[in-house]
Design a protein around this ligand. Sequence first.
Ligand code: ATP
Ligand code: MG
Length: 422
Amino acid sequence: MAKQLQAIRGMNDLLPEQSPAWQYLEIRLRDLMAAYSYCEVRMPIVEPSPLFSRGIGAGTDIVEKEMYTFKDRNDESLSLRPEGTAGIVRAGIQHGLFYNQTQRLWTMGPMFRYERPQKGRYRQFHQFSVEAFGMAGPDIDAELILLTARLWKELGINKHVRLELNTLGTLEARTSYREALVIYLSQYENELDEDSKRRLSINPLRILDSKDERTQEIVADAPMMQDYLDQESAEHFQQLRDILDAAGIEYVVNPRLVRGLDYYSKTVFEWITDSLGAQGTVCGGGRYDALVEMLGGKATPAIGFAMGVERLVLMLETLELIPESVNKTVDVAVVTRGEGVSGKAMPMLEEIRNGLPELKMMVNCGGGFKGQMKRAFNSGADFALIIGEDELVARQVSIKPLTSDGEQVTMSIAEAVSFLKK
Ligand code: ATP
Ligand code: MG
């Protein structure tokens, strides 16, 4: 036998028993977006590499060590997208979506990062992301948070997630904070963990959320962003908090929340859960007012977030919140008796489908009567629809209940349609 091939480590197949849960979540997400008047966009999975080094930041983990980058046949450097925002901004600029108009956009699809695979962390994973352009005030920040809060409620996980908020100030405020932070941390350079040492010159803010114990002790006495905040950002943050308070959204302000990408300014937020172990962030986002201009467009205020779909599905499974009905793929199983009957019955079955477009009807194509009945039982169908040579000629079907008591009844096609309607 030929050697079997395997999927790439950290890249998963989505199999039949898992897809109903994904679809359940995807439908909720689509409906949510429609309710807030957001439009879907879909971007290529491959983009020119400089989009990410410029857009996400050369000193970030993603660009430094997580990207799948390769040369195409023309010797151009391309990368599999590690996140969605840079691509949406590129597309918006390219197609003039940001000129004198606001945009509310969402997208969903695979992202790629070369990370160590573990529960909730994969090399191909899926993000649902939402981005709003052209709105500078805190009301749109609040809208994004409110719509995620609504989603948690609909999914039944609102008691299992908490919201953390912070503000990073304008880029200028961050620059002066960054300088103060580097001066402070440099005194302890030798005691920092290896990653933090490296970040000291390229991305010192990330040191704030280092998991290393000694680094955390050092960071505890570091200068605080709040003390460097510009007045505009401070007011923006307060107004956002006022809206969230009035809407009854609970949150904690976490001054150490910085997020892993360079492009954020002002509001940043994360929704965190304790139900998934170490991979606790299900959704993260923030304002990125400078990004559009950085990538060659005209200055456009913007804010967005990304949600990890695998982590959400894992949460729904762990907490057993996926409704039973989602997994039902067969309502009626068609069982035939006699050679070639299943094919000959198909025109009749199409008539039933015409009358009942929502009905999930599975036809056993092939196999003996007993085997087909067994498959019908195992499929979870409520009824077996039995057709033999006689029924074929009489244009009738026999319906046998599989999950309830009751006699097998033979009836016409029209009768079958009204019977199955119930
Ligand atoms: P983490 O701190 O867990 O590495 P991150 O800050 O790198 O997350 P973002 O870049 O903000 O994550 O991506 C948004 C969301 O996408 C995360 O909150 C998470 O739910 C999901 N996510 C990120 N990386 C992965 C991954 N490798 N596998 C699965 N989901 C991921
Ligand atoms: Mg990460």
